[in-house]
Design a protein around this ligand. Sequence first.
Ligand code: GLU
Length: 467
Amino acid sequence: MSMTTTKGGKGKSNGQAKAGVMRSPVFAEVGLPPDPDNLYTQTVDVMLHAAELLGVPHEVQIILAQPKNEIMVHFPVRMDNGDYRLFKGYRVQHNNALGPYKGGLRFHPHVHLDDVKSLALLMTMKCALVRLPFGGGKGGVKCDPYSMSPAELMRVTRRFCAAISHAIGPDYDIPAPDVGTNAQVMAWFADTYESLTDSNRSSWDALRVVTGKPVEVGGSLGREKATGQGVVDVCVELLPEMGINVKGMRFSVLGFGNVGSWTARIFQDLGAKLVAVMDHTGGIRNDGGIDAHALAGYVAKNGGVDGFEKVQAVTGSGNKKGQGATKISANEFYSTPVDVLVPAALEQMIKPDQAKIINAKVVAEGANAPTTPAGDRVLMDRGIEIIPAILANSGGVTVSYFEWVQNKSCTTWSVEKVDAELNRLMVAAATRTKMARKKYNTDMRSAAYIAALEQIGKVYAVRGIFP
Ligand code: GLU
């Protein structure tokens, strides 16, 4: 069972062998038909490839190839017009060997079981890589939060919480924000959970059931920007060795929500230049630099980057440094020359077609699973470095952990303390990944998974498997 004496398992002979071939016998053993287009089987394949390189025992591989629990619920909600609509919700609990299940809740029209399973597995890997005492989970509701009124969104949140309240808990499974949810949604969720659970329990303890809450109800300073801050911390640590100086570098961002906009603002404040942005509404470019702070304000008001170029044109600021932009197509976005491209939108956006035209030295994955295995192979063949999501975007769950610790100990940390601790853990996770890369002579993604699996393997080795 030793994790240290088995450098390289069956796949050892070629450390550079790429994932994405779904050859592991584990697929058949756990009843998972290999499907190259399915996000869950893609994610399992990457994990199993790393597990083989590391020599993770077979029993741990089969445990990790499927989540422990997959919870699916249907619940009715009264809409503002008086009609009732039935919603579908999920909570997938992938693994809790390292601690309580942990991971966000996504409200999106395309949420479905396999994606949630994949995102839950990624949470297990992220928490293990950063050495947080958490396992991995993920949940969501199939809905369009932007087409609902605040009152409808609140009722959906409260009903969903009620539907899964028996299956979560402050020391068992701790949700957080994700795509389509925010601190307000977490406040409604926490309030509902507290109302439904044991009244003898202190309300502050019950509120610990979710992280990413507003600061007024136990949220942590620094949590809102945490994922973007983590992307930047990891890049500051790794980019110099890739020949890039953050000060003065050119970067582009795909998706300008929480992760994209914070990454852009923090990079800009360190002297980097944002030259292209694309989101679901359109793309913009300015080689002289787009002002990330102005764009964040614009997107908060208008829901997307589209039209930013017109506003600047109307004010007559032209297309100079820090002002305005030109509208561009998706192909123009990907082929804009940059040092670093940060995909910070949804999964599976960088496929071979996009990977072929990306004009970046490094892709730093701010989103979860933004690159498909086939896209990954194209990037690797073209010599483009990838800073993988389980490392690059682990800052969010890390500050979630700080929030949970603060709630548990009835303390509040200053933002300086949060930032310093986040940086310490991000640098340690990046160092672990670099060491695994060197030791196993493999790519960064496999190395990050290896560094995560080392921890999970050790925990299974000492805990054993019940009975
Ligand atoms: N949804 C975020 C993620 O994918 C944060 C999860 C958390 O804080 O638990 O990492």
